[in-house]
Design a protein around this ligand. Structure first.
Ligand code: FAD
Length: 385
């Protein structure tokens, strides 16, 4: 029976809503767990700001000699630091362990530093982390917590010809590492559904946005995620009336969520259990590394590299998160207009993301804006029919 003939039958005429109900009756509920978020400002428990360490040519992963020390830089991961942490460690660690080095220092204990330290340990090295801040005080603790390997990772015209392949290698290596953190107690990493909502049919909104006059930009952000189509789940259109959201059109796909409270604790514990040491220390100039006992140092200082290494190629991209009290069982995400919500086990993350990736670009203000956070939460309340 073809599609048109099917729609002519009683089953086809039932309408999508009753089909969804029938599916539920049959024991399968495609929308299970999609309850409204209790989106009211009185449930806000904190407002945080994080700066994405963006570099137009992409993350800096290369060796620099400082006196007799070998420094392997591993910073500047933009909006993709969690997602690419393991893959960039796989590039940086062999550089640090070259020539038989067995004792390494890692500067920084954020997402990138922890992954580099664990990767070096797994390669047989003794590792000491030196850092000004540790979790939960590092900037990585204030991220959305989603798989976003090409979010503000580089500019189209600033990357070298090999960047796409290197990025793909990093993304695939990270993706594979995150699979090993699934199904663990505390759910440090899990697959959850995301709903993209729109008042117009999917695709039309984007076409219209393209027709609008563009602001003149020097370059544009590079997008590479299509290179991963074989390992990332496909998205599914949900017909109007078959979902609980107020906007008419919805598209669902599934992505990895990082429950950062649990994930960061697990990374830290794994590192300490394997014999790693964490030493609180602030570096004020590159020459400070010459005082470390280790000859090989992996520099994972994130946005901190801008002042420490005087690297002005790092541009801050500000992002603010309004945190709502988590609701048991609620683990999904929604995008609508310029607002995004991700219900994690450690908090419901609500974020104004602007109309494009230039939102927050060049803004180093880390002061939370409570009024804006409350406005985002009130907007979220309107997502449900
Ligand atoms: C709002 C927002 C949401 C985001 N969401 C996501 C997401 O969902 N998924 C994703 O993959 N990425 C996301 N990102 C990007 C991600 O958060 C960053 O790329 C990542 O946190 C960078 O990690 P890092 O370890 O390099 O830096 P940091 O977390 O900043 O860690 C740097 C470490 O270096 C130390 N350090 C710095 N300077 C010095 C110094 N002078 N001396 C001693 N120690 C020093 C710090 O104390 C810290 O320990 C988001 C970013 C923002 C702003």
């Amino acid at each position: 029976m073809d599609r048109r003939a099917f729609l002519g039958t009683a089953a086809g005429g039932m309408g999508m809503l009753s089909l969804a109900a029938a599916a539920r009756g049959a024991g399968f509920d495609p929308l299970a767990g999609i309850e409204p978020v209790r989106a009211s400002p009185d449930r806000l428990f904190r407002v945080t700001v994080c700066l994405r360490p963006f570099r137009a040519p992409g993350p800096r992963i290369e060796v620099e000699q400082v006196g007799r020390k070998r420094v392997v830089h591993n910073y500047g991961h933009g909006g993709s630091g969690w997602s690419l942490s393991w893959g960039s460690a796989e590039l940086a660690v062999p550089l640090a362990l070259a020539d038989g080095v067995k004792d390494v220092a890692v500067i920084g204990a954020g997402a990138v530093g922890m992954a580099a330290a664990l990767t070096a340990q797994r390669a047989g090295a003794t590792v000491t982390i030196y850092a000004k801040e540790q979790f939960p005080y590092v900037r990585s603790a204030r991220a959305t917590g989603t798989w976003s390997p090409d979010s503000r990772i580089a500019m189209k015209n600033a990357v070298d010809p090999g960047f796409g392949d290197r990025w793909e290698g990093m993304a695939r290596a990270s993706f594979s590492q995150f699979q090993s953190l699934l199904g663990l107690p505390g759910d440090p990493v899990e697959w959850t559904d995301r709903y993209m909502l729109s008042d117009t049919p999917m695709g039309e909104g984007q076409r219209r946005a393209k027709a609008e006059p563009m602001v003149e930009r020097p370059d544009d952000f590079l997008h590479l995620e299509s290179r991963l189509h074989d390992i990332t789940p496909r998205s599914v259109e949900l017909a109007p009336g078959t979902h609980p959201f107020r906007p008419t059109y919805a598209r669902r796909n599934s992505s990895l969520t990082f429950n950062i409270a649990d994930l960061s604790r697990r990374l830290t514990n794994d590192f300490l259990i394997a014999g790693g040491k964490i030493v609180p220390m602030t570096f004020n100039a590159p020459s400070d590394v010459t005082r470390l006992p280790q000859k090989s140092i992996i520099n994972c200082t994130g946005y901190g590299a801008r002042s420490l290494w005087r690297d002005e190629s790092i541009v801050p991209v500000r992002g603010q998160i309004a945190w709502l009290i988590p609701q048991p069982g609620l683990t999904f995400g929604v995008f609508y207009g310029s607002l995004s919500m991700l219900a994690r086990r450690d908090g419901i993350v609500v974020q104004e993301v602007g109309s494009d990736e230039w939102f927050g670009y060049g803004d180093a203000n880390e002061e939370p804006d409570r009024a804006a956070a409350e406005a985002s939460v009130r907007q979220l309340a309107q997502f449900w029919a």
